[in-house]
Ligand binder design. Structure first.
Ligand code: ZN
Length: 403
């Protein structure tokens, strides 16, 4: 009997002790303050605003769930479709848009919220002692493309580069301009193209309109006058009649060169500034020059730069690209056309010989042939020309394209 009483007493003491232990632990939990932990979103620091916690009392007998102070959600507005979230590696992140989970991941840095709208973020953090904190906030995305034009006050013959950032993948881009743009290269969230200010066009204000997924962006290009030089010289009757005065030569030139105005490589091969394609030469004819040949009353225009130098001098590829044409044309002699990408091309004419072939990929500075005086030419020189479609651009802009 005494044994039983003692046993009951022991149980009673145990229950009271455990109860007291549970109660003190419970008190401890109730006093706990939600931890302030920070995450950063687009470099903006966000504190945990709400947290729920789950404890296991008495080795898992009594789970307790508790909500800490429930403050308002954080609402962020971002204009960037490439957003950066910094969290701890052990965090589990769920992004819901518009009402279904679109992304679930554990710890990362860059997230892409491509469509405009409201995204709900839910971040779950489980500590090593099984305490769970949950943080929620929403992000409104109101993304707009950013468009940069290399120069809105260019001169005749200048090449403009237009860059578009912060666009959705596979955006539909349309260009409306008096000038003919190159092909567009579109990669992930960016796009770019070249717009040549064809040198024969009058100096005045031209509109430029871009449509990106039905949204229109309008600009004005105030094209300024470039001071073109004048030159008078004579060409012998035999050279003229064999070339510019020879209808077969003209036809051959047109049939070979004109189709090249419409072709383009879809990759950009060029990098950095273009280089002058011959070393140690003297410029014998400048870009856009008005030429009065054999005392003509109306001038012809010179679409490139002539470099006078000894025949046999190396001709160098002005930048990396793909050889689109390499061959002899009665009109302009041994000729090479390189597409540097998107239809930005350089032409090399009147060469003595050609040391590469059509379809070759060439590096910047690679020897592609030698200076000569073939075709419509009065002495050893290289005619060098830059083009986008059928529009000539001033090579000087290619020489400082990345400056
Ligand atoms: Zn020339």
């Amino acid at each position: 009997m005494k044994f039983i009483k003692t046993f009951i007493l022991l149980i009673l003491i145990t229950v009271i002790a455990l109860g007291a232990y549970a109660f003190s632990d419970y008190q401890k939990i109730m006093k706990e303050v939600a931890p302030i932990q920070t995450i950063t979103f687009n470099e903006l620091e966000i504190n945990y605003k709400s947290a729920s916690v789950q404890y296991f009392l008495l080795n898992g007998f009594y789970p307790i769930q508790r909500e800490f102070q429930n403050l308002d959600n954080v609402n962020l507005i971002t204009a960037n479709i490439l957003n950066t979230l910094s969290v701890l590696e052990m965090d589990e992140i769920n992004i819901t848009y518009p009402d279904q989970t679109i992304v679930t991941f554990v710890g990362t840095s860059q997230i892409i919220l491509e469509e405009n709208g409201t995204y709900l973020f839910n971040i779950k953090r489980v500590t090593p002692d099984s305490i769970t904190y949950i943080f929620e906030f929403s992000v409104d995305v109101e993304s707009m493309p950013t468009i940069s034009i290399s120069n809105k006050n260019p001169v005749q013959g200048e090449l403009l580069i237009v860059e578009i950032d912060n666009i959705q993948k596979d955006s539909l881009i349309e260009i409306e301009s008096h000038f003919r743009p190159s092909a567009i290269i579109q990669k992930d969230y960016t796009a770019r193209f070249y717009l040549p200010m064809a040198y024969r066009e009058a100096a005045k204000v031209y509109p430029l309109s871009l449509t990106i997924n039905d949204q229109e962006y309008n600009y004005e290009l105030d094209v300024k006058t470039y001071e073109f030089k004048e030159i008078r010289f004579t060409v012998s009757a035999s050279v003229s009649s064999a070339t510019v005065g020879n209808s077969d030569a003209v036809t051959q030139y047109r049939e070979t060169i004109y189709p090249l105005y419409e072709t383009f490589e879809t990759e950009e091969y060029w990098e950095g500034n273009f280089i002058v394609p011959v070393v140690g030469a003297r410029i014998s004819s400048t870009f856009g020059e008005m030429r009065y040949v054999n005392n003509a009353t109306t001038p012809s225009r010179h679409a490139g730069i002539d470099y006078a130098v000894t025949c046999g001098t190396d001709v160098l590829a002005s930048n990396a690209g793909k050889v689109e044409y390499a061959g002899f044309l009665t009109m302009i002699g041994n000729t090479i056309v390189i597409d540097h990408g998107l239809g930005l091309k350089t032409f090399y004419e009147h060469m003595q010989d050609i040391t590469i072939k059509q379809g070759d990929m060439v590096e910047k500075g690679q020897v592609i042939g030698h200076v000569g005086t073939t075709g419509y030419s009065t002495g050893c020189h290289l005619h060098f020309q830059g083009m986008v479609k059928n529009q000539s651009i001033n090579p000087d802009f290619l020489f400082k394209i990345n400056d």
